[in-house]
Design a protein around this ligand. Structure first.
Ligand SMILES: CSCCC(=O)C(=O)COP(=O)(O)O
Ligand SMILES: [Zn+2]
Length: 213
């Protein structure tokens, strides 16, 4: 019998959780045209992650595979997400990161284009900033970084590492691409993702109503 170096029961439970959540995100239109990828920490060396190129609105358990934190497939011949390094770098760096969600919503993509010149978008004064772990008041600001897009994942990962060296953050945008958000578990990562999406939508709407600020 082929033994795998992780807990198969936990993998099945995490796969169910990813599938259920991603169906909701897909119904919202945040995962168009097979875009987006999702993962959860399996243990201290492995993560469950979506197989590359799958329709994220129709995921089945076979669309979730295991990688180690070097990004190598474990117990599977499938190809993991093309953006696996952007997941594993966070699991490696922070032992309390348990779930990473990457989506390509309309708001995320438009905001990334609009603010790529500035390099970040400032979210300030919103009650919903309290959705981010560590924030206890609306009287604060969160700068969401906007990274230049690249097909070379080590380049993107190096930029993310440089940002993380400056302080904690719960997500970033990639120009013309989408949003990465994460948390201790699926519930927290979803809360962060939902908050980013809502607040980016508010900023875009404000600009439509009042012009550049
Ligand atoms: C058609 S989307 C282009 C790739 C991408 O940005 C993405 O999020 C999905 O890539 P994956 O390899 O994880 O399916
Ligand atoms: Zn993507």
């Amino acid at each position: 019998m082929n033994q795998v170096p992780y807990d198969g029961g936990r993998l099945a439970a995490l796969a169910d959780e990813i599938i259920g959540n991603v169906r909701e995100l897909a119904r919202l239109g945040w995962t168009p045209a097979t875009s987006s990828n999702f993962s959860s920490r399996l243990d201290e060396r492995h993560a469950a992650i979506t197989v590359s190129g799958r329709d994220k609105g129709r995921l089945v358990p076979g669309d979730i595979m295991v990688v180690d934190f070097d990004g190598k497939a474990v117990g599977s011949d499938h190809r993991p997400s093309a953006e696996t390094l952007l997941h594993t770098q966070l699991y490696r760096r922070f032992e309390d990161v348990g779930c990473i969600l990457h989506t390509h919503s309309h708001n995320q993509t438009v905001a990334s284009r609009l603010f790529s010149g500035a390099g970040h978008i400032r979210l300030e004064g919103y009650e919903l900033l309290k959705a981010f772990r560590g924030n206890e008041t609306h009287e604060t600001a969160v700068d969401v970084p906007v990274l230049p897009n690249s097909q070379h994942m080590p380049t993107l990962a190096a930029q993310v590492d440089a940002l993380l060296d400056k302080g904690p953050m719960w997500g970033y945008l990639i120009d013309g691409h989408g949003l990465y958000a994460w948390g201790r578990d699926m519930a927290e990562a979803r809360r962060h993702l939902d908050a980013f999406e809502f607040l980016l939508g508010c900023e875009l709407e404000l600009r439509r109503l009042t012009g550049p600020r």
